[in-house]
Design a protein around this ligand. Structure first.
Ligand code: NAD
Length: 482
């Protein structure tokens, strides 16, 4: 398939318990590169959300583990076979480059395939009770059951397929019903995924997709009486709004990040620079776990900075549909202008812009900025684009850790050092959910526990294994034994 072929215009409907539902009001979906309208989705009203939850609640899933495994694996295989079809939708509505979109589709395969393999594994535990003077001749068993109500899932734009997969696959693996509200910026991928699931044999009542403007229907997703759990991935601002609004409900929040890549004096600088540039620019720098600050100790900063510029210069930024492009656009021009302003403000405060290119609309080329003050907005806030900011730190691990911990975020981190004493300190003292030694902060497999602390999340993890736990209730039962 030729990546240059344009996506045909998509006039989409919602999927409510599998039924196509349209409204008069529409939300337009834009291609960030050329500002063309790639499709429209219905602007749901509160009553559409209510209908979706009521239909889900009225349905009782009875799929056996074998049936769930078949649906999940079939979905994985269909995504693998239609990888380019999905990449085309992702690139058209998000501006992510073709390479990034293909990679995303292959990650989604892993999510669905891991969920398929995990759903056939019994999750119960057994406790013998005759283990203390207070014991009895009994056994206690646990088994995990689907939620009594419905899961409400709200997803962001930066991984239009993978973030949605991380909500849907564990929900289906645990026999839950789910109502999804994808972001209004990239809803077309989510709707295409729903169709794959129905085709793979999912009872349509187990999944509804509603679309629209969060200002008019967002709160219905949070407060619906049939929603038992809200699982949200997105910004801190909206995450905290959900925490305030949800009331007596379980909430899982996967929020923003400001992840450091730490480079210590013993590091192989070429390898560290490679990680820095890749980590800051893949997916147009729009990963919650992108490298958003490079903390390098003074003694090696000069050499390191030169290597970073060399590597950044090799990246090709441009038309996202061109298979040779390494970095596509960011989500819209408004975001690109914000990043441009933050880079300029850092420069006013003493930073040096070593590499970049003039912004063109939403196209913001990889930009290397050195000597960035650690407390300026560019690196103190989450800058969700392909900026590569180098923060020079004193030659002292305690200072590096203090600077790393000085933002409100606590998602992930990467550290470049071979010293075990440093590694031990980073693992113990960085205020984050993950520490990756000699890897980018975003490194993970789709089933390993993933998630942040502080403003990045409540410590409740995602990843297929943990999500399956959070989407279930533990039933404990016991009986006489012996
Ligand atoms: P966002 O918070 O603007 O939007 C996320 C979702 O929330 C969208 O579906 C949006 O429509 C919805 N929403 C907005 N207002 C709402 C309201 N009042 N009620 C209900 N829903 C509402 O985030 P975004 O800009 O789409 O995504 C980027 C953010 O997501 C970044 O901060 C990034 O770090 C974060 N993110 C975190 C993770 C993680 O796992 N921690 C992963 C990916 C992205």
């Amino acid at each position: 398939m030729n990546a240059i072929v344009k996506l045909p215009f998509r006039r989409e409907a919602m999927r409510i318990a599998g039924k196509l539902v349209r409204t008069d009001d529409m939300v337009e979906v834009f291609n960030p590169y050329d500002n063309s309208v790639v499709g429209t989705v219905p602007a749901a009203r509160a009553e559409h959300v209510r209908e979706a939850f009521a239909k889900a609640k009225a349905f009782k899933p009875v799929l056996t583990r074998y049936e769930r495994q078949q649906i999940l694996q079939k979905t994985a295989e269909m995504l693998r076979d239609r990888r380019e079809e999905f990449a085309r939708i992702i690139t058209a509505e998000s501006g992510l480059c073709w390479k990034d979109s293909l990679y995303e589709a292959s990650r989604a395969y892993d999510v669905w395939s891991f969920a398929a393999q995990l759903t056939i594994k019994d999750d119960g535990e057994i406790y013998s009770c005759d283990i203390s003077p207070n014991g009895k001749a009994r056994k206690i068993y646990t088994t995990r059951l689907p939620l009594l109500g419905v899961i409400s899932a709200i997803t962001p734009f930066n991984h239009p397929l993978n973030m949605v997969s991380h909500k849907l696959a564990p929900a289906i693996a645990t026999n839950n019903r789910l109502v999804l509200k994808p972001t209004e910026l990239t809803p077309l991928t989510a709707l295409a995924l729903a169709d794959v699931l129905y085709e793979a044999g999912l009872p349509p009542e187990m999944l509804s997709v509603v679309t629209g403007n969060p200002s008019t229907m967002g709160d219905s997703m949070i407060t619906d009486p049939d929603a038992d759990l809200v699982t949200f991935t997105g910004s801190v601002r909206v995450g905290k709004h959900i925490a305030r609004t949800a009331g007596y409900k379980r909430i899982v929040l996967e929020l923003g990040g400001n992840d450091p890549l730490v480079v210590m004096e013993d590091a192989d600088l070429d390898r560290a620079a490679e990680l820095a540039v890749a980590g800051a620019t893949k997916n147009s720098g729009q990963r919650c776990t992108a490298v958003k600050r490079i903390l390098v100790v003074d003694s090696v900063a000069e050499d390191f900075s030169r290597l970073v510029v060399e590597k950044a210069k090799k990246l090709r930024s441009g038309d996202p549909m061109d298979p040779a492009t390494d970095v596509g656009t960011v989500i819209n021009e408004r975001s690109a202008i914000l990043f441009e302003n933050r880079v300029n403000e850092a420069a006013r405060l003493g930073a040096e812009i070593l590499h970049g290119a003039p912004r063109q609309g939403a196209l913001f080329a990889p930009t290397v900025v050195d000597r960035v003050p650690h407390d300026c907005e560019l690196v103190h806030e989450e800058t969700f684009g392909p900026v590569i900011p180098i923060v020079r730190c004193p030659n002292d691990i305690a200072e590096v850790i203090r600077i790393s911990n000085s933002t409100a975020y606590g998602l992930s981190s990467g550290v470049c050092t071979n010293r075990l004493d440093y590694v031990a300190r980073f693992v113990a003292e960085l205020e984050v959910g993950t520490v990756n030694v000699w890897e980018v902060p975003g490194y993970r497999i789709e089933m390993s526990p993933f998630g942040g602390i502080k403003d990045s999340g409540l410590g409740y993890k995602e990843g297929v294994v943990e999500a399956m736990k959070s989407f279930t209730n533990v039933r404990t039962w016991s009986m006489p034994w012996g």
